[in-house]
Design a protein around this ligand. Sequence first.
Ligand SMILES: [Zn+2]
Ligand SMILES: [Zn+2]
Length: 368
Amino acid sequence: MKKNKATAAVFVGANKPFELREYPITDLPEGYAWLSLLASGVCGTDLHIHSGNLGCGTPAIIGHEFIGKIERIKDGAVGGDGNPLKEGDNALCYIACACGKCKLCCEEDDANCVNMTATNGGNPDEAPHFWGGFAGYNYQPIKNLAKIPAEIDPVAASLFACAGPTGLHAFRLARRAGVDPASADCAVVQGAGPVGLFAVWYLASLGIKRVVCVTGSANPEKIAAAKAFGATDVLALAELGEDGVADAISDMTGGLGADLCYEGSGSRSAVPFGMRILRNRGVYLVPGQYSDQGKVEISPELITFKALRIIGSSQYSMNDIADYLTFLKENKDMLPKMRSILSTYPVSDINKAFEDAYKGRNIKTILV
Ligand SMILES: [Zn+2]
Ligand SMILES: [Zn+2]
Protein backbone atom coordinates (compact mmCIF):
# COMPACT_ATOMS: atom_id res chain seq x y z
CA MET A 1 0.00 0.00 0.00
CA LYS A 2 1.36 3.41 -0.92
CA LYS A 3 1.84 5.52 2.16
CA ASN A 4 1.73 9.25 2.76
CA LYS A 5 4.26 9.23 5.54
CA ALA A 6 6.84 6.93 7.07
CA THR A 7 9.21 6.69 10.01
CA ALA A 8 12.93 7.32 9.89
CA ALA A 9 15.56 6.53 12.52
CA VAL A 10 17.57 9.74 12.72
CA PHE A 11 21.21 9.81 13.81
CA VAL A 12 21.59 12.83 16.07
CA GLY A 13 25.14 12.43 17.33
CA ALA A 14 27.85 9.96 18.32
CA ASN A 15 26.77 7.39 20.91
CA LYS A 16 23.29 8.93 21.23
CA PRO A 17 20.15 6.86 20.68
CA PHE A 18 18.58 7.21 17.24
CA GLU A 19 15.42 9.36 17.25
CA LEU A 20 12.33 8.07 15.46
CA ARG A 21 10.80 10.81 13.36
CA GLU A 22 7.86 10.71 10.98
CA TYR A 23 8.09 12.55 7.67
CA PRO A 24 5.77 12.99 4.68
CA ILE A 25 6.44 11.22 1.41
CA THR A 26 6.77 14.02 -1.11
CA ASP A 27 6.19 14.39 -4.83
CA LEU A 28 8.70 12.73 -7.08
CA PRO A 29 10.98 14.73 -9.39
CA GLU A 30 12.18 13.38 -12.73
CA GLY A 31 14.81 10.66 -12.42
CA TYR A 32 13.92 9.54 -8.88
CA ALA A 33 11.98 6.70 -7.27
CA TRP A 34 10.32 5.97 -3.94
CA LEU A 35 10.90 2.57 -2.36
CA SER A 36 9.38 0.98 0.73
CA LEU A 37 11.66 -0.92 3.10
CA LEU A 38 12.17 -4.66 2.74
CA ALA A 39 15.57 -4.97 4.42
CA SER A 40 18.32 -2.56 5.42
CA GLY A 41 21.55 -3.89 6.86
CA VAL A 42 23.53 -2.49 9.74
CA CYS A 43 27.12 -2.52 8.48
CA GLY A 44 30.36 -2.17 10.41
CA THR A 45 30.58 1.29 8.81
CA ASP A 46 27.35 2.30 10.57
CA LEU A 47 28.79 1.23 13.92
CA HIS A 48 31.91 3.31 13.19
CA ILE A 49 29.68 6.32 12.40
CA HIS A 50 27.46 5.84 15.43
CA SER A 51 30.44 5.43 17.76
CA GLY A 52 32.06 8.59 16.37
CA ASN A 53 35.00 6.88 14.62
CA LEU A 54 33.80 7.97 11.18
CA GLY A 55 32.69 11.56 10.71
CA CYS A 56 29.07 12.30 9.77
CA GLY A 57 27.01 15.50 10.00
CA THR A 58 23.79 15.55 12.02
CA PRO A 59 20.92 15.09 11.79
CA ALA A 60 21.23 12.29 9.23
CA ILE A 61 19.63 9.03 8.18
CA ILE A 62 22.60 6.72 7.93
CA GLY A 63 22.49 3.24 6.43
CA HIS A 64 23.66 2.36 2.94
CA GLU A 65 22.31 -1.12 2.29
CA PHE A 66 18.66 -0.36 1.54
CA ILE A 67 16.69 -3.00 -0.29
CA GLY A 68 13.13 -2.01 -1.10
CA LYS A 69 10.06 -2.46 -3.19
CA ILE A 70 9.58 0.26 -5.77
CA GLU A 71 6.42 2.15 -4.85
CA ARG A 72 6.63 5.05 -7.28
CA ILE A 73 8.64 5.36 -10.46
CA LYS A 74 8.03 6.79 -13.92
CA ASP A 75 7.08 4.44 -16.77
CA GLY A 76 10.02 3.45 -18.93
CA ALA A 77 12.58 3.83 -16.13
CA VAL A 78 15.90 1.99 -16.49
CA GLY A 79 18.13 1.32 -13.46
CA GLY A 80 21.87 1.81 -13.23
CA ASP A 81 22.34 -1.89 -14.00
CA GLY A 82 20.60 -1.43 -17.37
CA ASN A 83 17.44 -3.31 -16.33
CA PRO A 84 13.96 -1.82 -16.85
CA LEU A 85 12.21 -0.99 -13.56
CA LYS A 86 8.55 -0.70 -12.70
CA GLU A 87 6.42 -0.28 -9.60
CA GLY A 88 6.35 -3.49 -7.58
CA ASP A 89 9.89 -4.53 -8.53
CA ASN A 90 12.45 -5.09 -5.79
CA ALA A 91 15.69 -3.16 -6.01
CA LEU A 92 18.98 -2.73 -4.21
CA CYS A 93 20.05 0.88 -3.70
CA TYR A 94 23.60 2.01 -4.39
CA ILE A 95 24.43 5.18 -2.48
CA ALA A 96 27.62 6.21 -4.27
CA CYS A 97 27.65 8.87 -6.98
CA ALA A 98 30.89 9.01 -8.96
CA CYS A 99 31.59 12.17 -10.97
CA GLY A 100 32.17 10.34 -14.25
CA LYS A 101 34.85 12.85 -15.23
CA CYS A 102 37.96 12.41 -13.09
CA LYS A 103 40.97 10.30 -14.06
CA LEU A 104 39.74 7.43 -11.90
CA CYS A 105 36.25 7.46 -13.44
CA CYS A 106 37.74 7.57 -16.94
CA GLU A 107 39.87 4.50 -16.20
CA GLU A 108 37.00 2.30 -14.95
CA ASP A 109 37.89 3.05 -11.36
CA ASP A 110 34.68 4.92 -10.56
CA ALA A 111 34.50 3.04 -7.23
CA ASN A 112 37.40 5.24 -6.20
CA CYS A 113 36.27 8.49 -7.85
CA VAL A 114 38.07 11.42 -6.25
CA ASN A 115 34.89 13.54 -6.29
CA MET A 116 32.60 10.89 -4.83
CA THR A 117 29.33 11.96 -3.22
CA ALA A 118 26.59 9.84 -1.65
CA THR A 119 22.81 9.84 -1.84
CA ASN A 120 22.33 9.49 1.92
CA GLY A 121 23.92 12.73 3.11
CA GLY A 122 20.87 15.04 3.15
CA ASN A 123 19.25 16.63 6.19
CA PRO A 124 16.19 14.52 7.03
CA ASP A 125 14.33 17.57 8.29
CA GLU A 126 14.35 18.86 4.71
CA ALA A 127 12.30 17.37 1.85
CA PRO A 128 12.39 14.70 0.51
CA HIS A 129 13.58 13.62 3.99
CA PHE A 130 14.28 9.92 3.33
CA TRP A 131 17.88 10.06 2.15
CA GLY A 132 19.39 7.11 3.95
CA GLY A 133 18.77 3.46 4.68
CA PHE A 134 17.41 3.37 8.23
CA ALA A 135 13.83 4.31 7.43
CA GLY A 136 10.56 2.86 6.25
CA TYR A 137 10.93 4.59 2.90
CA ASN A 138 13.85 5.59 0.69
CA TYR A 139 14.23 8.26 -1.97
CA GLN A 140 16.74 7.29 -4.61
CA PRO A 141 17.97 8.33 -8.08
CA ILE A 142 16.82 5.68 -10.56
CA LYS A 143 20.39 5.37 -11.83
CA ASN A 144 21.37 4.14 -8.35
CA LEU A 145 18.92 1.22 -8.42
CA ALA A 146 19.72 -2.37 -9.38
CA LYS A 147 16.82 -4.70 -10.02
CA ILE A 148 16.62 -7.79 -7.80
CA PRO A 149 15.36 -10.67 -9.97
CA ALA A 150 11.91 -11.92 -8.93
CA GLU A 151 13.27 -15.36 -8.00
CA ILE A 152 15.62 -13.93 -5.36
CA ASP A 153 14.32 -13.41 -1.82
CA PRO A 154 15.22 -9.73 -1.29
CA VAL A 155 15.54 -10.15 2.48
CA ALA A 156 18.01 -13.01 2.08
CA ALA A 157 19.95 -10.88 -0.42
CA SER A 158 20.45 -8.28 2.31
CA LEU A 159 22.97 -10.53 4.10
CA PHE A 160 25.73 -9.65 1.64
CA ALA A 161 24.21 -6.49 0.08
CA CYS A 162 27.42 -4.61 0.87
CA ALA A 163 29.89 -7.45 1.62
CA GLY A 164 29.11 -9.20 -1.68
CA PRO A 165 29.82 -6.28 -4.03
CA THR A 166 32.79 -5.34 -1.81
CA GLY A 167 34.28 -8.79 -2.30
CA LEU A 168 33.50 -9.00 -5.99
CA HIS A 169 35.18 -5.65 -6.48
CA ALA A 170 38.32 -6.89 -4.73
CA PHE A 171 38.38 -9.97 -6.98
CA ARG A 172 37.79 -7.74 -10.00
CA LEU A 173 40.83 -5.66 -9.07
CA ALA A 174 42.84 -8.85 -8.54
CA ARG A 175 42.00 -10.01 -12.07
CA ARG A 176 42.91 -6.62 -13.44
CA ALA A 177 46.29 -7.06 -11.74
CA GLY A 178 46.73 -10.37 -13.55
CA VAL A 179 45.72 -12.62 -10.66
CA ASP A 180 43.31 -15.48 -11.29
CA PRO A 181 41.81 -16.28 -7.85
CA ALA A 182 40.63 -19.68 -9.14
CA SER A 183 44.23 -20.78 -9.62
CA ALA A 184 44.81 -20.89 -5.84
CA ASP A 185 45.16 -24.33 -4.22
CA CYS A 186 44.81 -22.84 -0.76
CA ALA A 187 42.98 -19.59 -0.04
CA VAL A 188 42.68 -18.13 3.44
CA VAL A 189 39.90 -15.76 4.47
CA GLN A 190 40.41 -13.70 7.61
CA GLY A 191 37.11 -13.01 9.37
CA ALA A 192 33.74 -14.76 9.51
CA GLY A 193 31.44 -11.76 9.48
CA PRO A 194 29.52 -10.99 6.27
CA VAL A 195 32.66 -9.81 4.42
CA GLY A 196 34.58 -12.97 5.31
CA LEU A 197 31.66 -15.32 4.75
CA PHE A 198 30.96 -13.98 1.29
CA ALA A 199 34.63 -14.37 0.33
CA VAL A 200 34.58 -17.96 1.60
CA TRP A 201 31.49 -18.67 -0.49
CA TYR A 202 32.87 -17.04 -3.62
CA LEU A 203 36.28 -18.74 -3.37
CA ALA A 204 34.63 -22.11 -2.73
CA SER A 205 32.40 -21.53 -5.78
CA LEU A 206 35.55 -21.20 -7.91
CA GLY A 207 36.43 -24.79 -7.03
CA ILE A 208 39.43 -23.97 -4.83
CA LYS A 209 40.34 -27.16 -2.98
CA ARG A 210 41.16 -25.65 0.37
CA VAL A 211 39.34 -22.58 1.62
CA VAL A 212 40.42 -21.81 5.16
CA CYS A 213 38.50 -19.35 7.32
CA VAL A 214 40.45 -17.79 10.19
CA THR A 215 38.22 -16.34 12.92
CA GLY A 216 39.06 -14.40 16.04
CA SER A 217 36.76 -16.07 18.55
CA ALA A 218 35.60 -19.67 18.37
CA ASN A 219 31.95 -18.58 18.01
CA PRO A 220 30.05 -21.79 17.09
CA GLU A 221 27.52 -19.92 14.92
CA LYS A 222 30.23 -18.26 12.87
CA ILE A 223 32.13 -21.54 12.51
CA ALA A 224 28.97 -23.30 11.34
CA ALA A 225 28.21 -20.46 8.90
CA ALA A 226 31.74 -20.53 7.45
CA LYS A 227 31.42 -24.28 6.86
CA ALA A 228 27.96 -23.89 5.34
CA PHE A 229 29.37 -21.42 2.81
CA GLY A 230 32.15 -23.79 1.83
CA ALA A 231 35.10 -23.37 4.20
CA THR A 232 37.04 -26.65 4.31
CA ASP A 233 38.70 -25.61 7.57
CA VAL A 234 37.88 -23.03 10.24
CA LEU A 235 40.73 -22.02 12.53
CA ALA A 236 40.03 -19.85 15.59
CA LEU A 237 42.82 -17.59 16.82
CA ALA A 238 41.31 -17.69 20.31
CA GLU A 239 41.91 -21.44 20.42
CA LEU A 240 45.12 -21.88 18.45
CA GLY A 241 46.88 -18.53 18.72
CA GLU A 242 48.68 -17.02 15.72
CA ASP A 243 51.47 -19.59 15.84
CA GLY A 244 48.99 -22.47 15.87
CA VAL A 245 47.04 -21.08 12.92
CA ALA A 246 50.21 -20.35 10.97
CA ASP A 247 51.50 -23.88 11.65
CA ALA A 248 48.19 -25.42 10.55
CA ILE A 249 48.26 -23.48 7.27
CA SER A 250 51.89 -24.41 6.73
CA ASP A 251 51.02 -28.09 7.27
CA MET A 252 48.11 -27.89 4.82
CA THR A 253 50.31 -26.45 2.11
CA GLY A 254 53.39 -28.65 2.50
CA GLY A 255 55.25 -25.83 4.20
CA LEU A 256 54.67 -23.42 1.31
CA GLY A 257 52.03 -21.06 2.75
CA ALA A 258 48.72 -19.86 1.32
CA ASP A 259 48.45 -18.83 -2.32
CA LEU A 260 45.88 -16.16 -1.59
CA CYS A 261 44.70 -14.40 1.54
CA TYR A 262 41.62 -12.19 1.83
CA GLU A 263 41.41 -9.70 4.71
CA GLY A 264 37.76 -9.55 5.76
CA SER A 265 38.06 -9.15 9.52
CA GLY A 266 38.70 -5.43 9.84
CA SER A 267 41.14 -6.14 12.63
CA ARG A 268 44.43 -4.30 12.20
CA SER A 269 46.43 -7.20 13.62
CA ALA A 270 45.12 -9.34 10.77
CA VAL A 271 47.39 -7.57 8.27
CA PRO A 272 50.85 -8.57 9.51
CA PHE A 273 49.46 -12.05 10.11
CA GLY A 274 48.11 -12.29 6.57
CA MET A 275 51.55 -11.37 5.23
CA ARG A 276 53.06 -14.06 7.43
CA ILE A 277 50.88 -16.97 6.24
CA LEU A 278 51.23 -16.23 2.52
CA ARG A 279 53.68 -18.15 0.38
CA ASN A 280 56.35 -16.49 -1.75
CA ARG A 281 54.60 -14.53 -4.53
CA GLY A 282 51.35 -14.92 -2.59
CA VAL A 283 48.45 -12.53 -3.21
CA TYR A 284 46.99 -10.47 -0.38
CA LEU A 285 43.59 -8.88 -1.03
CA VAL A 286 42.75 -6.22 1.55
CA PRO A 287 39.19 -4.89 1.27
CA GLY A 288 38.37 -5.31 4.97
CA GLN A 289 40.14 -2.46 6.74
CA TYR A 290 37.27 -0.02 6.72
CA SER A 291 38.09 2.29 9.61
CA ASP A 292 41.11 3.96 11.11
CA GLN A 293 42.02 1.69 13.99
CA GLY A 294 45.46 3.12 14.44
CA LYS A 295 48.80 1.70 13.47
CA VAL A 296 50.25 -1.77 13.44
CA GLU A 297 53.80 -2.99 13.05
CA ILE A 298 54.62 -4.91 9.91
CA SER A 299 57.84 -6.42 8.63
CA PRO A 300 58.31 -4.69 5.27
CA GLU A 301 61.02 -7.19 4.38
CA LEU A 302 58.25 -9.78 3.89
CA ILE A 303 56.91 -7.75 0.97
CA THR A 304 60.33 -7.88 -0.64
CA PHE A 305 61.65 -11.31 0.29
CA LYS A 306 58.34 -13.06 -0.35
CA ALA A 307 57.71 -10.83 -3.39
CA LEU A 308 54.14 -10.44 -2.19
CA ARG A 309 51.39 -9.01 -4.34
CA ILE A 310 49.25 -6.79 -2.08
CA ILE A 311 46.02 -5.46 -3.59
CA GLY A 312 43.83 -2.98 -1.74
CA SER A 313 40.18 -2.47 -2.58
CA SER A 314 37.60 -0.05 -1.24
CA GLN A 315 34.02 0.68 -2.27
CA TYR A 316 32.43 -1.00 -5.25
CA SER A 317 30.52 0.05 -8.31
CA MET A 318 27.18 -0.71 -9.95
CA ASN A 319 28.86 -3.52 -11.94
CA ASP A 320 29.74 -5.28 -8.72
CA ILE A 321 26.15 -5.07 -7.48
CA ALA A 322 24.94 -6.53 -10.77
CA ASP A 323 27.53 -9.32 -10.44
CA TYR A 324 26.39 -9.98 -6.87
CA LEU A 325 22.77 -10.40 -7.93
CA THR A 326 23.84 -12.70 -10.78
CA PHE A 327 25.90 -14.75 -8.33
CA LEU A 328 22.84 -15.14 -6.08
CA LYS A 329 20.75 -16.24 -9.05
CA GLU A 330 23.34 -18.89 -9.92
CA ASN A 331 23.51 -20.09 -6.30
CA LYS A 332 19.86 -19.83 -5.31
CA ASP A 333 19.99 -22.96 -3.16
CA MET A 334 21.88 -20.97 -0.51
CA LEU A 335 19.20 -18.25 -0.13
CA PRO A 336 17.35 -20.01 2.75
CA LYS A 337 20.67 -20.43 4.56
CA MET A 338 21.42 -16.74 4.01
CA ARG A 339 18.08 -15.75 5.43
CA SER A 340 18.53 -18.00 8.47
CA ILE A 341 21.68 -16.10 9.47
CA LEU A 342 19.97 -12.71 9.67
CA SER A 343 18.85 -11.10 12.94
CA THR A 344 15.94 -8.82 12.04
CA TYR A 345 14.45 -5.84 13.87
CA PRO A 346 11.74 -3.32 12.96
CA VAL A 347 13.04 0.22 12.37
CA SER A 348 11.40 1.24 15.66
CA ASP A 349 13.80 -1.14 17.48
CA ILE A 350 16.94 0.35 15.93
CA ASN A 351 18.54 1.15 19.27
CA LYS A 352 18.19 -2.47 20.39
CA ALA A 353 19.51 -3.58 16.98
CA PHE A 354 22.61 -1.41 17.42
CA GLU A 355 23.13 -2.60 20.99
CA ASP A 356 23.10 -6.22 19.81
CA ALA A 357 25.35 -5.40 16.85
CA TYR A 358 27.87 -3.67 19.14
CA LYS A 359 27.91 -6.68 21.46
CA GLY A 360 28.61 -8.99 18.53
CA ARG A 361 25.43 -10.98 19.19
CA ASN A 362 24.49 -11.17 15.51
CA ILE A 363 26.36 -12.20 12.38
CA LYS A 364 24.25 -9.68 10.46
CA THR A 365 21.80 -7.16 11.86
CA ILE A 366 18.95 -6.12 9.55
CA LEU A 367 16.13 -3.61 9.85
CA VAL A 368 12.92 -4.80 8.22
ZN1 LIG B 1 28.11 -1.70 4.24
ZN1 LIG C 1 35.20 10.66 -10.75
